[in-house]
Design a protein around this ligand. Sequence first.
Ligand code: SF4
Ligand code: SF4
Ligand code: FES
Length: 597
Amino acid sequence: MATIIINGQDHTLPEGEKLNAIQAAKLAGVDIPYYCWHPALSVVANCRMCEIEVGQKDAKSGEIKMVPKLVPACQTPAKEGTVLVTDSAKVKENQRMVMEYLLINHPLDCPVCDQAGMCGLQDYSYEYGQSNHRFVEERTVNPKKDVSEAIQLNQDRCIMCTRCVRFTREITQTGELQVMSRGSHAEINVFPGHPVDNPLAGNVVDLCPVGALLDKDFLHKQRAWFLSKHDAICTRCSTGCNVKAEENRGQLWRFTPRHNPLVNDYWICDEGRASYKAANDPGLLTSSYARKGGELGSVPIDQALALASQELTSVAREGGKIAAVLSPFLTVEEAYLLASYLKELSPDAVLAIGPVPTSGQDVTFTPDQTKGRTGDTSFVVPRPFTIHAEKCPNRRGVEAILEHFEGSVISFETLSRRASGGEFRALYFTSDAIDPWGAEAEAKALRSGVKFLVVQDTLVTPLAQLADVVLAGGTFAEKAGSYVNADGRLQYAEAALPPRDGSLPDLDIFAVLMGRAGGPVRSREVLAELAGVIPAFGAADGGVLPEFGVVLTELGEGAREPVPAGSGGRFDDPWQLPRYLKGDRPGEPSPKGGQDA
Ligand code: SF4
Ligand code: SF4
Ligand code: FES
């Protein structure tokens, strides 16, 4: 265990942790401002914002020798006897000068800039900068330009930190973004005809500490301070990337990545990023339906539920067979409640997994872990990032539930064949898929074999149009619950939106069918219950999961690696934190205290 000295105080670093001075100081509760450093990228030390006084304490004599010049903290390894001074007049004066320099050509765009409210320049200007600057010459004015169909570059606002350039070089290795020209003419650009075109491109917007790179999909739609952020999981493929679902006024406005060093590191793919839109689809069901006189008519969801329950109970009582399709878009809690309900109703009920959508092949980005990283002081080795061909979030979780109740997993194809052949009197079909299953002919074939069909979904699908009862369920954004990703990792997602008018979250639908009284059911309680019943979910004991999820040992495949050094907690650039976490309260002074020159 190394002991370092920060501002005159001894601090012991955790055993085995290799950290640079920014990371070590953060562990000790001392913030060092930075722009160009990012734990997953090589260290270039070009913004100079993190410069501090650095020295070394002699182990025998106790004498401290300081380096005469300021040194970038991002490039300083924290080791036994390292001395860091972050609060001296020399350090503060340098921070003020760096801020003055970075703002020389920066336009006063804050009122119209999307980054306002989560901007590294705004926050550091307030905390470390000065309110005057001495530049009287003509400012360099650069026009904004598109670096891809989805991303706009406002070069005036750029501070040349090169995070975006290093991302396309080191993580995607597509190298679209470059620094072009030199000195005061330097700018970020792409080669003509070669836009930023890779499946992870949107991450450069999140990496940009200022409002230079902007997502055109989000441009001028919301102010950052109006958005509530909810810890969610992307349901667009079985990677299970951790995302922040950003909501305002009952609508989702974007997904941004949430750091998980064991799943998605700091990134999400563009397809997942865009999938938030499905939660705002105007075609989402806002009513349930029941068939009367051959026609489907809108009914309140409680009536639809009563009808479904009545009919399923009478089928079971008369000895008719019931089948159910458990969608791989259901959470494990939902799948568990539905399976429990149907097996209680009829022990002979047959449960199968729903259609598992796939598209193409898995695509893996393996970051360059050596080139350009010699002498690196980030120490975090970026992990490979895979976009899975399996386009659903929870096949493995639903299969584990089915194995418990059925002893094996019945495929959707097998169940469809048996249902079309007339084996079942009633079928309960769940979906919630972003892309609905089944063309008209497939839906008709499935429907033709059963007397009573319940469809629980979020959209009007060909199968829903043939159902006897349609239950309006919740979208991924309206439900809380857990998913098991491709590596067997169980992760929890919060609900980001309240249920739509006329719908109920799927967990509540199943709880009502089961006659569980006492208001809305809590997913964490159901998770605790199923963890006690199904050994595969034993790691979810108590219903509360660790920050980065937990690998279910019976399901996991090589995903049990320890949290990489230097990322023992979630990493967020400080300017991305909500204001209450930044320490500011209305009417209170900034924790650092802004200073005039
Ligand atoms: S565009 Fe943003 S991320 Fe890229 S160099 Fe400029 S400030 Fe840095
Ligand atoms: S890789 Fe998969 S889970 Fe991750 S953001 Fe993309 S679609 Fe979503
Ligand atoms: S010089 Fe930019 S963060 Fe250290």
